[in-house]
Design a protein around this ligand. Structure first.
Ligand SMILES: Nc1ncnc2c1ncn2[C@@H]1O[C@H](COP(=O)(O)OP(=O)(O)OP(=O)(O)O)[C@@H](O)[C@H]1O
Ligand SMILES: [Mg+2]
Length: 219
């Protein structure tokens, strides 16, 4: 049985500036629930750009993005933000935590924006922090934790709402092998156990073997 398509790019093209060659040029692909997709390609080939387009953080110049059978390209900015907060999780390369908030508040903020009751968000955040070995840092601020811990906190934030679609933009780029394995294992589990659609851009070609689908942007 073929799993349902979670996310679809239909003839996507994108240029950062009008008149420039597109970074993403007529890209079409479907991404399924329950699958871990790895996106590779040399620096500058558009891995981050593709993820930002699919995650509704950039608007395509041409083409369409579909999510769970719905065309989401035409949604308003507010609707796109709500969809991102409720259904998507995103792990950025540099964690991108808010330095003014505690670790726990960093993890909960967007889920509460999406409507999750604060008590439930805090409870689940604590569970995730404990699972990823950062539970004792809940009341600390991002400036007080290590890079590897920050990346695990970013992962907790991305998984808090149990999102059906998760993106990772080189989520392990700054980590040692052991910390990187923790993050990769969690992302693979989220795809294979929870049944989410997970897309990860990486330079690390050794991860291709553990992926269900490989998108190579260098071709
Ligand atoms: N904000 C921007 N404005 C203009 N050009 C940009 C912008 N962001 C990226 N680019 C250009 O778009 C192209 C694709 O960039 P992108 O960041 O998607 O590549 P990447 O494959 O993720 O690279 P890396 O492996 O270095 O992260 C590059 O040529 C880059 O210089
Ligand atoms: Mg990139």
């Amino acid at each position: 049985m073929t799993a349902e398509v979670a996310l679809e790019a239909r003839n996507l093209s994108f240029s950062y500036r009008a008149g420039q060659l597109p970074v993403i040029d007529d890209f079409s692909a479907g991404f399924h629930y329950g699958a871990l997709t790895v996106v590779t390609g040399p620096s500058g080939t558009g891995k981050s750009t593709l993820l930002y387009l699919l995650a509704l953080m950039l608007r395509e110049t041409m083409g369409e993005v579909w999510c769970a059978g719905e065309r989401v390209s035409g949604l308003s900015d507010a609707e796109r933000s709500m969809l991102r907060a409720s259904r998507y999780g995103f792990v950025f390369q540099d964690a991108l935590l808010d330095p003014a908030l505690t670790i726990a508040d960093n993890i909960c903020e967007s889920a509460v924006f999406a409507g999750m009751p604060i008590d439930r968000a805090r409870e689940r955040a604590q569970q995730l922090m404990d699972d990823f070995g950062v539970g004792h840092r809940a009341t600390h601020r991002p400036g007080e934790i290590s890079g590897g811990q920050a990346q695990r906190v970013a992962l907790c934030r991305a998984l808090l709402t149990e999102p059906t679609i998760v993106f990772g933009d080189e989520p392990t780029g700054n980590l040692d092998r052991q910390s990187a394995d923790v993050v990769w294992d969690a992302l693979a589990r989220h795809a294979h156990v929870t049944g989410a659609c997970v897309l990860v851009a990486t330079h690390d070609e050794s991860r291709i073997a553990s992926a269900d689908v490989h998108v190579d942007l260098s071709r």
